[in-house]
Design a protein around this ligand. Structure first.
Ligand SMILES: C[S@@+](CC[C@H](N)C(=O)[O-])C[C@H]1O[C@@H](n2cnc3c(N)ncnc32)[C@H](O)[C@@H]1O
Length: 219
């Protein structure tokens, strides 16, 4: 399984402002498909053993994760700031013959996530400035049902030294410790706080990169 996260947008001329609809509609509009269409490895690793229920994918992009969740029996909703992304998610789901509900959502708008509560809220490679991402995590946490899980996956700041070209400025990537620190231990059990490595195929060849993987269970 290979999920392409080479971030081709790092080669574009425009300034990197990765948390707005304008940026992402433009980014997705540049090509017919940006990501691989395969689910993220960390999602599959973390969710394959869970009993399916309701799931929400925040920043679902072109829908590969949402489609995989639906194929595993999860009643799945995908939200994203980009309407182009949501159209692709819907098309991917139709192609795969699964149901995925979609809704536009700006995680920075300060509003609750739609629907829920969910048995699983996931977010993969949503990289926001620190003060904004902590607010975003609070909204994601509110959308998790008691006993449900929150799975947050992103690029680790060590990637700045790995040689992989990342457009993210210093504050955008995050450690497992930082994510775990956003959640009160009275309310959340940390099931996974890991920083696993993997080899990523990049325009510069295969490079070892580090992911941040945090899975929490709401008590
Ligand atoms: C790097 S892509 C990852 C997409 C998908 N999760 C995946 O792993 O393939 C980041 C996604 O976050 C979305 N995004 C960025 N800012 C957002 C915001 N403020 N609210 C909701 N989604 C946002 C983008 O539109 C994009 O689809």
């Amino acid at each position: 399984m290979s999920h392409r996260h080479e971030h081709e947008h790092e080669q574009t001329e425009q300034p990197f402002a990765p948390h707005t609809r304008e940026f992402w509609d433009h980014r997705y509009g540049e090509s017919q498909r940006v990501w691989s269409g395969n689910p993220n490895q960390r999602l599959v690793e973390q969710v394959a053993g869970l009993t399916p229920g309701t799931a929400l994918d925040v920043g679902c992009g072109e829908g590969a994760d949402a489609v995989w969740l639906a194929s595993q029996g999860w009643t799945t909703t995908g939200v994203d700031v980009s309407v182009v992304a949501l159209e692709r998610t819907a098309a991917h789901a139709a192609e795969a013959g699964v149901q995925v509900a979609t809704a536009p959502y700006d995680v920075l708008a300060g509003e609750p996530l739609p629907g829920g509560p969910y048995d699983l809220v996931t977010s993969h490679f949503l990289h926001l400035p620190a003060e904004l991402r902590h607010a975003a995590y609070a909204h994601m946490a509110d959308a998790v049902a008691p006993g449900g899980r929150l799975l947050i996956v992103g690029h680790h700041p060590a990637d700045h030294e790995s040689g992989v070209r990342r457009p993210h400025g210093e504050g955008l990537m995050f450690t497992a410790e930082e994510v775990v620190g956003c959640f009160a231990t009275d309310d959340w059990e940390t099931e996974v706080a890991a920083e696993p490595r993997r080899v990523q195929q990049t325009p510069d060849g295969p490079l070892e990169v580090t992911d941040t993987v945090v899975r929490l269970r709401r008590r």
